[in-house]
Design a protein around this ligand. Structure first.
Ligand code: DP6
Length: 337
């Protein structure tokens, strides 16, 4: 199989250097226009383009070093994982793209500043940080675009976590996936805010990967999704470029609800949103009837995220006192750029 990512790594790895201890941070991201469905599972290529906003200092810190023992070791938030656990197996499978069949036992440590697997996109920041740490550990000097292509193989949404701010994942056309990567939109929106309304920090019942494949395979609503999602993505990109919140907000919410509709119509149904998520939405819609300008988006988990502008912050907090408010363009001290 011709695969742009594997060719890229093997070219850069012509002389395998020693592994240097390395560490990287990548921000989590929330899709304003969602990726849901693959046209190529092996290369992890999407059916439609998507656009995200990063979450400042919320993300993953990942370090890579030679293992002090003769075995691979994977830790998550300070805890050593069973190598057969889903997280460790996915991490080590990704590491294998770099080390091939060489005997290089590694210690990979990840610390998330966002709850893992609760639909808050920790796999996005996790694979983006892991890609950067591995490139540094193996002394590969690759561009952000190339690292975004590599991160995509870990998790599609990770392709958008190489940068802060707005990032578009252009679905691309090439069969080998070479034109399917993140593109940082050179556009700030300083008074844009995201609020996380925590609903449940537990592990989600089904991974987003399984959920999207199940929706694509069985949902009678799925066939219309990719074309609509592509339109939403273009519309949202224009709203960002024009800094037009009245256009952005409603389309962000409509796009997320359309994605969840494909899952609810799947057979059997798939519901990441719980009773509590729906009650947050009901409160939001009620507050909107009374003048609040905030819109919701939800991923493969029960938590609800709100998008609004700075002048609505106190109104959002009076309806949702538990909200964690993020300023995507100022809440970060760390690289990436
Ligand atoms: C609902 O990127 O986790 O968050 O590529 O299979 O690893 P895989 O899926 P993943 O899916 C993210 C789905 C989403 C929407 C989005 O982030 O665009």
């Amino acid at each position: 199989m011709t695969d742009a990512v594997r060719t890229l790594i093997s070219k850069a790895m012509a002389d395998v250097p020693d592994v240097q201890p390395a560490e990287a941070f990548a921000p989590s991201n929330i899709a304003l226009s969602k990726y849901w469905g693959k046209r190529d599972k092996a290369r992890n290529l999407p059916l439609n383009s998507s656009i995200s906003i990063s979450l400042g200092d919320l993300g993953s810190h990942t370090s890579v070093a030679l293992s002090p023992t003769d075995k691979d070791e994977v830790t998550l938030d300070g805890e050593t994982l069973d190598p057969d656990s889903a997280f460790a197996a996915r991490t080590l499978g990704f590491v294998d793209m770099f080390r091939g069949d060489k005997h290089l036992p590694l210690l990979v440590q990840t610390r998330n500043t966002i709850p893992t697997a609760a639909g808050l996109a920790s796999s996005a920041s996790g694979f983006a940080a892991l890609t950067q740490a591995l490139c540094a550990a193996f002394d590969l000097s690759l561009s952000g675009t190339d690292m975004s292509r590599i991160a995509r193989l870990g998790s599609g949404s990770a392709t958008r976590s190489l940068w802060h701010g707005f990032v578009k994942w252009s679905k691309g056309e090439a069969e080998d996936g070479s034109d399917s990567h993140g593109i940082k939109l050179d556009h700030r929106w300083d008074n844009l805010r995201i609020a996380i309304i925590p609903v449940d920090k537990g592990i989600k019942p089904q991974s987003s990967r399984d959920g999207m494949n199940h929706s694509a395979r069985t949902s009678p609503l799925f066939p219309t999704w990719p074309a609509q999602a592509e339109k939403d993505c273009a519309f949202i990109e224009t709203a960002i470029l024009e800094r037009n919140f009245d256009a952005l907000g409603p389309r962000v919410e409509a796009n997320a609800l359309a994605m969840h509709a494909t899952m609810i119509a799947a057979r059997p149904p798939l519901a990441y949103l719980t009773e509590k998520s729906w009650s947050v939405l009901a409160n939001l819609w009620n507050a909107r009837d009374n003048g609040l300008s905030a819109f919701a988006t939800m991923d493969a988990g029960p938590n609800v995220k709100l998008v609004f502008e700075e002048n609505s912050t106190s109104d959002v907090l009076s309806v949702f006192p538990e909200a964690q408010v993020i300023s995507p363009f100022s809440d970060h001290a760390q690289a990436p750029s």
